[in-house]
Design a protein around this ligand. Structure first.
Ligand SMILES: [Zn+2]
Length: 286
């Protein structure tokens, strides 16, 4: 009887301690995937999630990105309740969407809306790689196209942050159609003579890199971001050549003329303000 009691107690004792072992270090500390430096999560967040030793840029969620960008955190979201359907009845797609909605507290992989940056109004879109790897399904494409149209109507510059694994396989060809739809909306923006700034973050690949994220009047990337269409292995096998080590990084693309600038996260807000100011046609900030 006494033995049983002890055994039960031990069982109760081991469960929380095992959980604690896993959860506490992950929550409080973060280990840099590039240089291995351990930083306290709060400090890392204060540093805009950039490693203090090697400058590695951790991913930012859409809410974190918006917070770091707009004046006083004020942001007015568009199409906040638009939800994905499962048009192809792809196995488990609905279940996966539901679990990502719960995990991220977002409805889809992009957040769009408007706010001011340094007093300059802008339409802003931010992809979130935690939601289905930031993949582009019909809703992502629709929200981006609508944001571009809104920017054209209002005459506000459009700033779009990409972070994406590419097209969303669960929506098949409908997903690929978003490349054309978003590109067409950006063409309208271009004809309305409204500025479009594309900011590519880690990773921007597949159909996203091959559509709207490469169509900026100004294309900026964060340092060390993986940017490309197909994966390295696929290309190496196709061209039968070894690719350079820094292939498909921001720095490589800048060197080869595919980007205008690589901007560290700490300088991004100021850089965007300068660009907005330069393109404000003499308008005073609000
Ligand atoms: Zn590091």
């Amino acid at each position: 009887m006494l033995k049983d009691l002890f055994r039960k107690q031990r069982k109760y004792a081991t469960i929380p301690s095992e959980q604690a072992k896993k959860e506490i270090p992950e929550g409080i500390m973060q280990k840099c995937p590039r240089c291995g430096t351990i930083m306290i999560t709060k400090e890392l967040e204060k540093n805009l999630k950039v490693c203090k030793s090697c400058g590695y840029h951790y991913s930012l969620s859409a809410p974190e990105r918006i917070q770091s960008l707009v004046d006083e955190g004020r942001f007015f979201e568009y199409d906040a309740d638009m939800l994905s359907e499962d048009p192809l009845h792809f196995p488990d797609y609905k279940k996966k969407l539901k679990s990502d909605i719960e995990k991220t507290n977002l409805k889809e992989a992009v957040v769009t809306g408007e706010g001011t940056i340094g007093g300059f109004p802008a339409v802003i879109g931010v992809m979130d790689s935690r939601f289905r790897m930031g993949s582009m399904g019909s809703v992502v494409g629709e929200k981006i196209a609508r944001a571009a149209e809104k920017a054209a109507t209002k005459g506000y510059p459009f700033i779009l942050f990409s972070a994406s694994g590419g097209a969303r396989m669960q929506e098949g060809v409908l997903s690929l159609m978003q490349m054309a739809k978003t590109s067409a909306a950006l063409e309208k923006l271009h004809r309305a003579k409204v500025l479009f700034v594309s900011v590519l973050t880690n990773p921007t690949t597949g159909g996203v890199s091959a559509s709207f994220s490469s169509l900026g009047d100004i294309n900026i990337a964060e340092p060390g971001a993986l940017i490309g269409f197909a994966g390295r292995r696929v290309i190496e096998q196709t061209v039968r050549q070894k690719l350079p080590e820094d292939f498909q990084t921001s720095e490589f693309l800048l060197k080869h003329g595919q980007l205008d600038q690589v901007v560290p996260r700490h300088e991004l807000r100021e850089t965007l303000i300068r660009i907005l100011e330069f393109h404000a046609y003499g308008r005073e900030p609000q």
